[in-house]
Design a protein around this ligand. Structure first.
Ligand SMILES: *Cc1c(COP(=O)(O)O)cnc(C)c1O
Length: 349
C-alpha cells in the first residue's frame, strides 16, 4: 500500500448531498445571500480572479476584530472554519497525541484528528447534551474541542463548565461557535483570562456565505500566530474576502433580521413537532434535533418526498434523531407535510 497506515481508518466525508427540492440538511442560511455581500461578488474586479489574494487577509482580520471587540492580532482566518479547526488541531499537537471531542458533536473533528496523525477520544455528553468537564479533563488531551451551541444537539454548553475546562486543561481548548449568532451567550469573556483558548467562528451559517468558505478564530496573539503558521498563506480567496468585508460592514441589519426569523420559526417548528408527539431538544441554533423511532428510515421517506434532513442513529441517551435546519416558513411547512405523509406510510406498514 502506498497510503499512510493511519489514513486507512479515515473515510471520505460524503453525506448524501444529492439535490433535493427542500434541503434542510446542512444548517446554512436558507434565506439566501446578504445583499451587500452579493453585490461585492458581482462587482469584483477581474484582478480578484487573476491575482493571488492577500497573504493573510489583513483587512478582513481588522473588520472581524472590530466586530468582536478584540485586537486584529487576535484573529486568524481560513478557508471555512473547517480549515481553521484542522490547522489549529495540527498546530498544538505532535503525531500520536490525543484530541478530546464530546459525543455527539461536530463530525469533522475526529476526521481532522486522524488526518493529522492524532487520536480522537470521544467523551459522551452527560444525559446526551451536557458537557462533562471532569471526563473531558481526564483525557489529558493536548487539544480539547467543545462546540456551543453544540451540533447536532443544539444546546449551549454550561458557561461555568466551559470556563472550568479552559482553566484546568493541560493544552489548548477550542470552542466552536459556528452557531453563536443564533444564541444569546458566547465564550468571548474567557479570552481575557486565558491565552490557550481559541474561539472558532464561521460566516457559513448566519452570514450565508458557505459557498465562499470563510471562517476564523479568536485567541491570544501567540496562539493565533501558531494557527496561522500551520494553515499557510492565501487560504481566504479574494472573492470571499470582499464578500465577507461587505457583509461585516453593511449587512448587519439583514443578518440580524433573518436570525430573528430563524429563532421564531425554530420555536414554531418545535410547537408543531410537539403537537405530533415529537419532543425536540431545546435549541440555541438554527436547527432542531428531533428524536424519532427510526431516523435513517424516516430520512429516506422524507427524501423521497423532496425534503432532506440529517439522520443520526443511536445517539447516547437520545437514540435516533433527525437534525432539521430552520429556514423560511414555507420550507418548514414542506417538511411538516412530508413528515405527516411519511408518518402515515410508517403507520400503515
Ligand atoms: C457548519 C459547521 C462548521 C463549518 O463551517 P465552515 O466555516 O463552513 O467550514 C464548523 N463547526 C460546526 C459545529 C458546524 O456546524
Amino acid at each position: 500500500m502506498i497510503s499512510r497506515d493511519s489514513y486507512r481508518q479515515i473515510d471520505l466525508y460524503a453525506p448524501d448531498r444529492s439535490p433535493c427540492a427542500t434541503d434542510l440538511s446542512d444548517n446554512t442560511n436558507l434565506w439566501g445571500v446578504p445583499p451587500h455581500a452579493a453585490r461585492a461578488v458581482r462587482e469584483a474586479h477581474a484582478s480578484a480572479v487573476t491575482r493571488y489574494p492577500s497573504l493573510y487577509a489583513a483587512e478582513l482580520k481588522g473588520a472581524l476584530a472590530k466586530a468582536a471587540g478584540v485586537s486584529a492580532d487576535m484573529v486568524v482566518t481560513g478557508c471555512g472554519s473547517d480549515d481553521v479547526l484542522d490547522s489549529a488541531i495540527r498546530a498544538f499537537t505532535e503525531p500520536g497525541d490525543r484530541v478530546a471531542v464530546p459525543h455527539p458533536s461536530f463530525a469533522m473533528i475526529p476526521i481532522f484528528a486522524r488526518m493529522n496523525g492524532l487520536e480522537p477520544v470521544l467523551v459522551p455528553l452527560s444525559n446526551g447534551t451536557a458537557l462533562d468537564a471532569d471526563a473531558m479533563l481526564a483525557t489529558a488531551a493536548r487539544v480539547i474541542y467543545l462546540c456551543s451551541p453544540n451540533n447536532p444537539t443544539g444546546n449551549l454548553l454550561d458557561a461555568g463548565e466551559v470556563a472550568r475546562v479552559v482553566r484546568e486543561a493541560p493544552g489548548v481548548v477550542i470552542v466552536d461557535e459556528a452557531y453563536v449568532d443564533f444564541a444569546d451567550a458566547d465564550a468571548l469573556d474567557l479570552l481575557d483570562s486565558s491565552d490557550r483558548l481559541l474561539i472558532c467562528r464561521t460566516m457559513s451559517k448566519a452570514y450565508g456565505l458557505a459557498g465562499l468558505r470563510m471562517g476564523y478564530a479568536l485567541g491570544a496573539p501567540a496562539l493565533v500566530a501558531e494557527v496561522e503558521k500551520s494553515r499557510g498563506p492565501y487560504k481566504v480567496n479574494a472573492l470571499a474576502e470582499r464578500a465577507a468585508l461587505a457583509a461585516l460592514r453593511e449587512d448587519g441589519p439583514w443578518v440580524r433580521e433573518h436570525v430573528a426569523e430563524a429563532v421564531a420559526n425554530r420555536e414554531r417548528l418545535a410547537d408543531e413537532l410537539r403537537a405530533r408527539e415529537i419532543e425536540p431538544l431545546p435549541s440555541a441554533a438554527n436547527f432542531l434535533l428531533a428524536p424519532v423511532p427510526d431516523a435513517a428510515d424516516m430520512a429516506a421517506l422524507l427524501r423521497a418526498r423532496g425534503v432532506a434532513v440529517r439522520p443520526f442513529v443511536d445517539l447516547p441517551a437520545i437514540g435516533d434523531a433527525l437534525r432539521i435546519s430552520v429556514g423560511p416558513w414555507e420550507m418548514m411547512q414542506a417538511f411538516l407535510d412530508a413528515f405527516d405523509d411519511a408518518s402515515g406510510e410508517v403507520a400503515c406498514s
